[in-house]
Write a protein that binds this ligand. Structure first.
Ligand SMILES: [Zn+2]
Ligand SMILES: [Zn+2]
Length: 315
Protein backbone atom coordinates (compact mmCIF):
# COMPACT_ATOMS: atom_id res chain seq x y z
CA UNK A 1 0.00 0.00 0.00
CA UNK A 2 2.78 2.42 1.05
CA UNK A 3 4.83 1.45 -2.02
CA UNK A 4 1.88 2.02 -4.36
CA UNK A 5 1.17 5.42 -2.80
CA UNK A 6 4.82 6.48 -3.18
CA UNK A 7 4.82 5.50 -6.85
CA UNK A 8 2.18 8.17 -7.41
CA UNK A 9 4.00 10.94 -5.52
CA UNK A 10 6.02 12.30 -8.52
CA UNK A 11 2.96 12.70 -10.81
CA UNK A 12 0.95 14.09 -7.86
CA UNK A 13 3.64 16.70 -7.23
CA UNK A 14 3.56 17.73 -10.91
CA UNK A 15 -0.23 18.09 -10.66
CA UNK A 16 0.24 20.31 -7.58
CA UNK A 17 2.79 22.52 -9.38
CA UNK A 18 0.53 22.91 -12.43
CA UNK A 19 -2.52 23.67 -10.23
CA UNK A 20 -0.57 26.29 -8.32
CA UNK A 21 0.58 28.15 -11.45
CA UNK A 22 -2.84 28.03 -13.07
CA UNK A 23 -5.12 28.66 -10.05
CA UNK A 24 -2.82 30.15 -7.38
CA UNK A 25 -3.32 33.61 -5.81
CA UNK A 26 -2.34 36.40 -8.23
CA UNK A 27 -0.12 38.12 -5.65
CA UNK A 28 2.09 35.01 -5.42
CA UNK A 29 2.08 34.29 -9.16
CA UNK A 30 3.29 37.82 -9.94
CA UNK A 31 6.00 37.83 -7.29
CA UNK A 32 9.39 37.09 -8.94
CA UNK A 33 10.60 35.41 -5.74
CA UNK A 34 7.93 32.71 -5.95
CA UNK A 35 9.84 30.76 -8.63
CA UNK A 36 13.12 31.26 -6.74
CA UNK A 37 11.49 29.85 -3.57
CA UNK A 38 9.61 26.89 -5.08
CA UNK A 39 12.60 25.07 -6.62
CA UNK A 40 14.46 24.67 -3.28
CA UNK A 41 11.13 23.79 -1.62
CA UNK A 42 10.71 20.90 -4.08
CA UNK A 43 14.22 19.65 -3.21
CA UNK A 44 13.51 19.95 0.55
CA UNK A 45 10.17 18.10 0.20
CA UNK A 46 11.82 15.22 -1.71
CA UNK A 47 14.75 15.09 0.77
CA UNK A 48 12.14 14.61 3.52
CA UNK A 49 10.50 11.82 1.50
CA UNK A 50 13.90 10.08 1.38
CA UNK A 51 13.72 9.76 5.17
CA UNK A 52 10.27 8.16 4.99
CA UNK A 53 10.76 5.69 2.10
CA UNK A 54 14.43 5.25 1.24
CA UNK A 55 15.59 3.51 -1.96
CA UNK A 56 19.14 2.45 -0.99
CA UNK A 57 20.83 2.68 2.43
CA UNK A 58 24.15 3.32 0.62
CA UNK A 59 22.80 6.60 -0.77
CA UNK A 60 21.69 7.92 2.63
CA UNK A 61 22.41 11.61 3.25
CA UNK A 62 25.28 12.40 5.61
CA UNK A 63 26.83 15.62 6.88
CA UNK A 64 29.59 15.77 4.22
CA UNK A 65 27.14 15.26 1.34
CA UNK A 66 24.68 17.72 2.87
CA UNK A 67 27.25 20.54 3.10
CA UNK A 68 28.37 19.97 -0.53
CA UNK A 69 24.79 19.74 -1.80
CA UNK A 70 23.76 22.92 0.04
CA UNK A 71 26.74 24.78 -1.45
CA UNK A 72 25.71 23.79 -5.00
CA UNK A 73 21.99 24.49 -4.53
CA UNK A 74 22.89 28.05 -3.42
CA UNK A 75 25.53 28.40 -6.19
CA UNK A 76 22.96 27.42 -8.83
CA UNK A 77 20.14 29.60 -7.60
CA UNK A 78 22.31 32.68 -7.03
CA UNK A 79 25.52 32.80 -9.12
CA UNK A 80 24.84 30.49 -12.08
CA UNK A 81 21.36 31.90 -12.75
CA UNK A 82 22.76 35.47 -12.49
CA UNK A 83 25.58 34.74 -14.97
CA UNK A 84 23.24 32.88 -17.36
CA UNK A 85 20.81 35.80 -17.34
CA UNK A 86 23.56 38.37 -18.06
CA UNK A 87 25.60 36.35 -20.59
CA UNK A 88 22.91 34.40 -22.41
CA UNK A 89 19.30 35.38 -21.79
CA UNK A 90 19.60 39.18 -21.95
CA UNK A 91 21.75 39.26 -25.15
CA UNK A 92 19.25 36.85 -26.77
CA UNK A 93 16.34 39.12 -25.79
CA UNK A 94 18.24 42.16 -27.13
CA UNK A 95 18.93 40.36 -30.43
CA UNK A 96 15.26 39.38 -30.66
CA UNK A 97 14.18 43.00 -30.14
CA UNK A 98 16.67 44.47 -32.62
CA UNK A 99 15.74 41.90 -35.29
CA UNK A 100 12.02 42.58 -34.62
CA UNK A 101 11.30 38.90 -34.05
CA UNK A 102 7.78 38.47 -32.66
CA UNK A 103 6.41 35.19 -31.36
CA UNK A 104 3.23 36.46 -29.73
CA UNK A 105 1.34 33.50 -31.17
CA UNK A 106 2.99 31.50 -28.36
CA UNK A 107 1.06 33.26 -25.57
CA UNK A 108 -2.26 32.68 -27.36
CA UNK A 109 -1.87 28.89 -27.27
CA UNK A 110 -3.81 26.96 -24.59
CA UNK A 111 -1.93 27.28 -21.28
CA UNK A 112 -1.10 23.57 -20.92
CA UNK A 113 0.17 23.47 -24.52
CA UNK A 114 2.47 26.38 -23.66
CA UNK A 115 3.78 24.48 -20.62
CA UNK A 116 4.41 21.39 -22.77
CA UNK A 117 6.15 23.44 -25.49
CA UNK A 118 8.43 25.17 -22.96
CA UNK A 119 9.44 21.75 -21.60
CA UNK A 120 10.08 20.33 -25.09
CA UNK A 121 12.11 23.38 -26.27
CA UNK A 122 14.22 23.53 -23.09
CA UNK A 123 14.74 19.77 -22.83
CA UNK A 124 15.65 19.47 -26.53
CA UNK A 125 18.59 21.84 -25.91
CA UNK A 126 19.52 20.07 -22.67
CA UNK A 127 19.44 16.66 -24.34
CA UNK A 128 21.87 17.66 -27.10
CA UNK A 129 24.14 19.63 -24.78
CA UNK A 130 24.30 16.61 -22.44
CA UNK A 131 24.94 14.24 -25.35
CA UNK A 132 27.72 16.48 -26.71
CA UNK A 133 29.26 16.55 -23.23
CA UNK A 134 29.54 12.75 -23.33
CA UNK A 135 31.03 12.75 -26.82
CA UNK A 136 33.43 15.69 -27.03
CA UNK A 137 36.36 15.71 -24.63
CA UNK A 138 36.57 19.46 -23.77
CA UNK A 139 32.87 19.42 -22.83
CA UNK A 140 33.21 16.07 -21.05
CA UNK A 141 35.80 17.64 -18.74
CA UNK A 142 33.10 20.06 -17.53
CA UNK A 143 30.49 17.30 -17.06
CA UNK A 144 32.72 14.60 -15.52
CA UNK A 145 32.49 15.99 -11.93
CA UNK A 146 28.71 15.33 -12.02
CA UNK A 147 29.52 11.68 -12.82
CA UNK A 148 32.04 11.47 -9.99
CA UNK A 149 29.28 11.66 -7.35
CA UNK A 150 29.18 8.36 -5.53
CA UNK A 151 25.65 8.44 -4.21
CA UNK A 152 22.37 9.94 -5.35
CA UNK A 153 19.86 12.11 -3.49
CA UNK A 154 17.30 14.80 -4.24
CA UNK A 155 19.90 17.59 -4.30
CA UNK A 156 22.46 15.86 -6.53
CA UNK A 157 21.09 17.34 -9.76
CA UNK A 158 22.71 20.62 -8.66
CA UNK A 159 26.23 19.15 -8.42
CA UNK A 160 28.68 19.94 -11.19
CA UNK A 161 31.55 22.10 -12.37
CA UNK A 162 30.32 25.74 -12.73
CA UNK A 163 31.15 25.70 -16.47
CA UNK A 164 28.84 22.72 -16.94
CA UNK A 165 26.11 24.29 -14.81
CA UNK A 166 26.27 27.38 -17.03
CA UNK A 167 26.33 25.41 -20.31
CA UNK A 168 23.41 23.19 -19.29
CA UNK A 169 21.32 26.24 -18.35
CA UNK A 170 21.51 27.68 -21.89
CA UNK A 171 18.36 27.70 -24.00
CA UNK A 172 16.62 29.60 -26.79
CA UNK A 173 13.44 30.06 -24.71
CA UNK A 174 14.02 33.83 -24.49
CA UNK A 175 13.09 34.01 -28.19
CA UNK A 176 9.51 32.90 -27.44
CA UNK A 177 6.73 35.01 -25.92
CA UNK A 178 5.09 32.48 -23.64
CA UNK A 179 2.94 33.47 -20.65
CA UNK A 180 5.20 33.87 -17.63
CA UNK A 181 3.11 31.48 -15.51
CA UNK A 182 3.42 28.80 -18.22
CA UNK A 183 7.22 29.20 -18.27
CA UNK A 184 7.40 28.98 -14.46
CA UNK A 185 5.04 25.99 -14.36
CA UNK A 186 7.26 24.25 -16.92
CA UNK A 187 10.43 24.98 -14.95
CA UNK A 188 8.88 23.71 -11.73
CA UNK A 189 7.61 20.59 -13.52
CA UNK A 190 11.14 19.90 -14.81
CA UNK A 191 12.42 20.55 -11.27
CA UNK A 192 10.08 17.91 -9.84
CA UNK A 193 11.12 15.38 -12.49
CA UNK A 194 14.88 15.95 -12.24
CA UNK A 195 14.77 16.06 -8.43
CA UNK A 196 13.03 12.66 -8.31
CA UNK A 197 15.39 11.39 -11.05
CA UNK A 198 18.30 11.86 -8.60
CA UNK A 199 16.40 11.09 -5.39
CA UNK A 200 16.93 8.26 -2.94
CA UNK A 201 13.17 7.63 -2.77
CA UNK A 202 11.59 4.26 -3.43
CA UNK A 203 9.11 5.60 -5.96
CA UNK A 204 8.68 3.98 -9.36
CA UNK A 205 6.04 6.00 -11.19
CA UNK A 206 3.55 4.31 -13.54
CA UNK A 207 4.46 3.65 -17.19
CA UNK A 208 2.44 6.64 -18.45
CA UNK A 209 4.84 8.84 -16.43
CA UNK A 210 8.09 7.01 -17.16
CA UNK A 211 7.36 6.88 -20.89
CA UNK A 212 7.68 10.69 -21.04
CA UNK A 213 9.65 11.66 -17.95
CA UNK A 214 13.05 10.58 -16.66
CA UNK A 215 12.92 8.48 -13.48
CA UNK A 216 15.55 7.38 -10.97
CA UNK A 217 15.76 4.02 -12.79
CA UNK A 218 16.74 5.72 -16.07
CA UNK A 219 19.07 8.24 -14.47
CA UNK A 220 20.80 5.90 -12.01
CA UNK A 221 21.75 3.79 -15.05
CA UNK A 222 23.20 6.94 -16.65
CA UNK A 223 25.28 7.42 -13.45
CA UNK A 224 26.40 3.77 -13.31
CA UNK A 225 30.02 2.61 -13.12
CA UNK A 226 29.65 0.79 -16.46
CA UNK A 227 30.94 3.10 -19.24
CA UNK A 228 28.51 1.90 -21.93
CA UNK A 229 25.52 2.40 -19.63
CA UNK A 230 26.49 6.04 -19.04
CA UNK A 231 26.16 6.66 -22.76
CA UNK A 232 22.37 6.44 -22.71
CA UNK A 233 19.38 8.17 -21.09
CA UNK A 234 20.63 11.72 -21.67
CA UNK A 235 17.21 13.32 -21.17
CA UNK A 236 17.34 15.41 -18.00
CA UNK A 237 13.59 15.51 -17.52
CA UNK A 238 12.24 14.22 -20.85
CA UNK A 239 13.33 10.61 -21.39
CA UNK A 240 11.02 10.65 -24.42
CA UNK A 241 13.86 12.34 -26.33
CA UNK A 242 16.10 9.30 -25.76
CA UNK A 243 13.33 7.09 -27.11
CA UNK A 244 13.06 9.36 -30.18
CA UNK A 245 16.82 9.69 -30.82
CA UNK A 246 17.71 6.04 -30.09
CA UNK A 247 19.70 6.48 -26.88
CA UNK A 248 17.13 4.97 -24.49
CA UNK A 249 18.20 2.03 -22.35
CA UNK A 250 16.13 0.25 -19.72
CA UNK A 251 17.68 -0.70 -16.39
CA UNK A 252 18.79 0.60 -13.04
CA UNK A 253 22.03 0.93 -11.10
CA UNK A 254 22.71 0.94 -7.36
CA UNK A 255 26.46 1.51 -7.67
CA UNK A 256 27.16 4.96 -9.09
CA UNK A 257 30.37 6.86 -9.81
CA UNK A 258 33.13 7.43 -12.34
CA UNK A 259 36.41 5.54 -12.82
CA UNK A 260 37.64 4.41 -9.39
CA UNK A 261 34.54 5.91 -7.65
CA UNK A 262 36.67 8.43 -5.76
CA UNK A 263 34.52 11.22 -4.37
CA UNK A 264 35.73 14.67 -5.48
CA UNK A 265 35.92 17.65 -3.12
CA UNK A 266 34.33 20.96 -4.17
CA UNK A 267 37.83 22.29 -5.03
CA UNK A 268 38.53 19.25 -7.22
CA UNK A 269 35.14 19.64 -8.93
CA UNK A 270 35.94 23.29 -9.70
CA UNK A 271 39.46 22.55 -11.01
CA UNK A 272 38.59 19.34 -12.89
CA UNK A 273 38.50 20.77 -16.48
CA UNK A 274 41.90 22.42 -15.90
CA UNK A 275 43.57 19.36 -14.36
CA UNK A 276 45.60 18.58 -17.51
CA UNK A 277 46.97 22.13 -17.68
CA UNK A 278 47.69 22.18 -13.92
CA UNK A 279 49.56 18.85 -14.17
CA UNK A 280 51.62 20.12 -17.14
CA UNK A 281 52.59 23.30 -15.25
CA UNK A 282 53.54 21.23 -12.21
CA UNK A 283 55.66 18.89 -14.39
CA UNK A 284 57.37 21.88 -16.02
CA UNK A 285 58.12 23.33 -12.59
CA UNK A 286 59.60 20.03 -11.45
CA UNK A 287 61.83 19.97 -14.56
CA UNK A 288 62.73 23.66 -14.21
CA UNK A 289 63.84 23.20 -10.60
CA UNK A 290 67.07 21.22 -11.24
CA UNK A 291 67.82 23.38 -14.32
CA UNK A 292 67.65 26.50 -12.15
CA UNK A 293 70.11 25.01 -9.72
CA UNK A 294 72.48 24.21 -12.62
CA UNK A 295 72.05 27.70 -14.09
CA UNK A 296 72.82 29.36 -10.78
CA UNK A 297 76.21 27.58 -10.75
CA UNK A 298 77.23 28.97 -14.18
CA UNK A 299 78.25 32.48 -15.24
CA UNK A 300 76.34 34.71 -17.64
CA UNK A 301 75.71 32.70 -20.91
CA UNK A 302 72.41 33.21 -22.73
CA UNK A 303 71.30 29.57 -22.24
CA UNK A 304 71.42 29.77 -18.48
CA UNK A 305 69.54 33.08 -18.58
CA UNK A 306 66.70 31.42 -20.56
CA UNK A 307 66.52 28.60 -17.98
CA UNK A 308 66.38 31.11 -15.16
CA UNK A 309 63.66 33.17 -16.88
CA UNK A 310 61.72 29.97 -17.59
CA UNK A 311 62.04 28.92 -13.96
CA UNK A 312 60.89 32.32 -12.73
CA UNK A 313 57.85 32.30 -15.06
CA UNK A 314 56.75 28.88 -13.86
CA UNK A 315 57.16 29.73 -10.19
ZN1 LIG B 1 25.89 12.63 -18.05
ZN1 LIG C 1 22.68 13.28 -12.81
Amino acid sequence: MKAKAFNLVPPAMIAMVLSFWSFGPASLLKNPWTLVAISPLIVIAVLLLERVHERHAGWRMNRQEFVTDLFYVVLNSVAISWVAERLAENPLKAAKASLHITTEWAMHLPWLVQVALVIVIFEFGQYWMHRVMHNWHPFWLTHAPHHHITQLNAAKGAIGNPLELFLISLSVLALFDFETTAVFAAFNTMSVVTTFAHANVRADPPIWYSFFFTTIRHHSLHHSTDYESTRCNYGNALILLDRVFGTYRDGESVLVGQDDRRRLSIKEQFLFPFRGAIDRIAARRAQAGPADALAAGQDGDAGSQRDTVGGAAAA
